[in-house]
Design a protein around this ligand. Sequence first.
Ligand code: ADP
Ligand code: ASP
Ligand code: MG
Length: 809
Amino acid sequence: MIVLKFGGTSLESVDSIKEVKEVITSKSGGRIVVVSAIGKTTNQLQHMAELARTGDTQYISVYEQLHDQHAEIISLLLDISFHEKVEAIFKQLRRVCDGVFLLKELTKRSLDFILSAGELLSSNIIASYLKKEGEQVNLLDSRVFIKTDDTFGGAIVDFHTSNGLLKQALETSSKITVMGGFISSAPNGESTTLGRGGSDYTASIVAAALDAEILEIWTDVDGLMTADPRMVKHAQVIDEITYEEAIELSHFGAKVLYPPSLKPCFEKDIPIRIKNTFNKQTDGTLVSSGTDDDQLVKGITSLQNVSLISLSGTGLLSIPKFTKDFFATLAQHNLGVEFITQSNAEHTITIGLASEDAENAYHVLTKNFESHIADGLIDPIGIERDLSILALVGKNMKNQVGVSGNMFHVLGRNGVSIKAISQGSSERNISAIVKKADLSKSLNVLHEAFFQYEVKRVNLFIVGVGNVGKAFLEQLRTQSFILREEHRISIKLTGVANSQKMALDEEGISLDKWKDTLDSGDDFDPKWFQQKIIELNLRNSIFIDITAAKAIADLYPDFLQKSISVVTPNKIAATESFISYQNLKQTARRYSSQFLIETNVCAGLPVLSTLSDVVRSGDHVHQIEAVLSGTLNFLFNEYDGSRKFVDVIKQAKEEGYTEPDPRMDLSCEDVKRKLLILIRESGYAFEMNEIALEAFMPSSCQNTTSMEEFYKQVEKQEDYFKKLYQKSKENGTRLKVVAIFKDGKATVKLSEIWSEHPFYHLEGKDNIVLFFTDRYKEQPLVIKGAGAGAAVTASGIFADVLRLSQPES
Ligand code: ADP
Ligand code: ASP
Ligand code: MG
């Protein structure tokens, strides 16, 4: 004997009912088919009953809608326009609803009667259809066989009586038996129901009563999944799971299984297979007593609407009676507690309840403890709303240290603060309470962290799509496939902006069409862009500033505080006062975000990441010598007096080697900034005005008000540049702007470099940095290579993004 259960999702249309028939007839021997109501019938019945209760005549149209839906299915499946039994059920349903409308009263008893119509209708229709298709079918009214007490709305099953009746009727049947799930009857024969989603329970009761070989639950997903597929897009099917794990997983939210339904099969060790009616060939999920898998976390489950209630006060410590009273009060009012934690030190008990129960709990507890609250023994009952609960489930978690640590680390890194934690005594479950607004993000980051074969999604928000920004997006476009396939990282462009426009798309902006998307976006407003990014509250978010604008740098602290990391070649933030530089770093540390500025110094060369490793490993930098401007190096390498100095500047600008404003390069302001960053990252508190600058530009070229004027002044000074060049040539030297930090003093100046010096052979737009440290004393640590250009800067940004995107270990 096997039991097959089909949910409403499998009975939604004529086509899906045909699929159901395929499943049933592909098997042989005795089969019990338990069916739910068609589609969303139960919800519609409930809605209709509520309308009738409030005196709203709209209940009639809902009734008619339901009637028409069923009549249409009957005419298409059975080729008849009138089904006597079905019409009789509708007639009775209408009479009861009219009664509710007249009396404006809806008792749980009448609601159960109304809801039971769904399964009565579906079982009649499915049985008639199978008969019409030539099958031998036996139709049972479940209310005759599943007996309960009279707790309407969620009746308690009388297993002894029900098992006896089911055995007697079905034990030896070799036919197909169709019966409705969810419905049952009280001792006096009145209709009761087993709670919403209860058809699974009916099927399990029947399977256990008849010692069935297997219970198959057919639904619209490929099995029990690692997370609710509506919340976590990349949820995976779980191949095998134990009853205990499935109970934990279904407890909060895995709607695919009604929690009590596991117990009857569990007690009889009857395997349950969950399968997809619309994808029959996949194996689905097997729920059984023993699986040897070593998967640490089996799934993640959640309950969206939760509130926390707390009982606290010094009286709690001395009078344990309060604790007892507290739980007794909740039990008395039938209020189910989802979560409990206790803090002895703070004399507090905190419980989590489904939000609708929590309001009730708050009132009954406040009333119950009224006098003790007035005496000051107990603080007023606390309630915190708009929360969610999530739990990691897995039987192997108890043997493994560090799962909860990892869970909290992953949440913390994404700026999710945890309100309360609880580990179930079974150790198969670690639960945490988070803000409701953070639930989706939390589920997704945890899913990525614990199901390693999963792809990690990273969300980028970019401002600035000039030369470097464009190059970066192009590199991202060409690399995204490899990143996804080989490194399990899916980097999405979720927001993009330039000084005119901005566009955001949670699903990701196409890297082929980002320009069009941006052009048709909204007008750019930095604050608004930031607010939208924060509101989106997406996991693994990175803000990338590829501008040189202060208004954008000013946004960093708020991003870092929201645990959104910042990657930027913009040097403004890192070169403001030491205090504000330090504050940024501290904010990042405090909120588990990162402020990565590799491209602030020497474009894509790994100067700052190397320096950071040196410092973190305990070494101490005491001297830095460097050529830090690719632009200036290019100018002095190219210029030989044969064409004007100003023309070489123009060429550098055109080729993208200069700052957006080349005057930043020529004034050495840019070199000063880079040196300052190197000094600070080496661990020194240093300010910009402590760097001595020996400017090489004639004073007439400084402080010009426009680029044209600047070019004009440089052109006028051609002789001066020619002399500089010739003098150096005669001396056998090369000109380099050198940045030095030595004995606590910093200088930037144009120097003549002799041929023995390591800087002499620095070609093109290359940069070089020499670090003298405790460990690199005689021979400095040297980093040398291309120090300017859109492509290398873009690849430095890319390296920072990848640093932030590594899958959790
Ligand atoms: P049926 O009508 O077959 O009883 P339900 O709607 O009651 O179907 O349950 C199936 C739905 O449960 C799926 O469509 C899915 O969206 C939802 N669901 C929630 N959590 C999970 C999970 N962990 N695994 C599978 N499905 C889940
Ligand atoms: N039809 C009932 C409900 O929607 C029972 C079930 O589908 O399991 O709750
Ligand atoms: Mg269901």
